[in-house]
Write a new protein. Sequence first.
Length: 345
Amino acid sequence: MRVALVNTVVAIPGGHLVQVEQTARYLAAAGVTVVPVDAPARLPKDVEVAHVFCGDLDTIRQARQHRIPVVVTPVYQPEAWSYQLDGQVRGAALVRRRAHLAARLARDALADRHVDAAHELIARSEHRRMVYESADLLLPNSDGEARQIATELGVTTPMTVVPNGVDTTRFAAGAGGDRQGVLCVGRFEPHKNQLGLIAAMQKIDADLTLVGPTHPHHGDYLERCRRAGGARVTFRNEMTHDELPDLYAATAVHALPSWFETTGLSSLEAAAAGCTIVTTSRGHAREYFADDAYYCDPADHQSLTISIEAALRQPKPSARQRVINHYDWSVVAAATAAAYKGLLA
C-alpha cells in the first residue's frame, strides 16, 4: 500500500509534528510505503490513500481530482474551549469571559468591522466542517473527539478512533531512579497555560522546569512566563525532542494544565518514562489515563496546586504500564493501516 501523509501545519512546532513523523516511521515498519507531503504542495497521483493531518481543502481537492480516498486526522479543538466558554466554567468567571467576548464584538461594531469580526469567529469552524465532511474517513484520537465533531459540527463522515501514541521503548528506557520536581513540556502559548502553572507552583515546595518552543503567533508569552517565574522556575525552551527522555526520567511529576487537550503527547511520553501525570480535566485525557493520573481545572489555580501536591505525595506509577500496553506507536500504526485497508475495501 502506498500512502501520502500530508502535514498541513508545518510552521507551528509541537506534538502534531511528532505525530506525523512517528506515524510515518511505524507505518513504514509495518510495510506501508509512505510518501511525506508538506501542504500546500502537489499531491502525488500514484498513492492509494491521502492521509491529511489537521485539514487542508486544497489537498482534498487534488485527491478528488485523482480519485484518491482521503483520510483525515482532525486534531479537533471545539470553539467553546478556545473562548473558554465551556460548561465547566460557571458563575462570575463565565460572566467575565462572555462579557470580554461581547465587548470585543461591540468594539468591532463601533468601528464598522462587526461583519468581519463575526466572520472571523465562525470561519475556522466552517473550514473544519468542510474539511471533515469532504473526507472519506476521519481518525479522531478519542471517542470524545468523535462525538464532538459529530454533534458540534454536524459531520456525517464515518469515523474510526485511532489513539495518539508514544515510542515506549525510547521513553521507558530511563524509567526509575531518584525523581524530583515538576516538569511541563509544551509550546509556550496561552493555550498550554504555563502562567497558570507558575502561579499554582508558588505554594508548592518543589522546583518547576518548563520546556518547549515558542508558538510563532505568541512570541511574547515566553517573556511573560519568565517575568512571572521565580528562582525555582527553570526555562529550557532550547531543548530538542531527543533530549527529553533523560529529563522525564529524572522528574517526579509532569503537569500539563492546558485549556484543552485531546491527550497531550508530552503526557504520554512522561507517563511512559515513569512520571506521575497531572493533566487538564478539559478534553479527553481521561479516556487515556482513567484513574492513573491526577486531573485539574486550568481556570482554578487552587485545583492545580492540590493536584500537583497530591501527585508529589502519592505517585501513580501505574500510568506507565497503561501507556506501554495500549499506546505504543506500533499499535497505533497497525490500527491506522487497518483503517486504510477497511476504507479501500
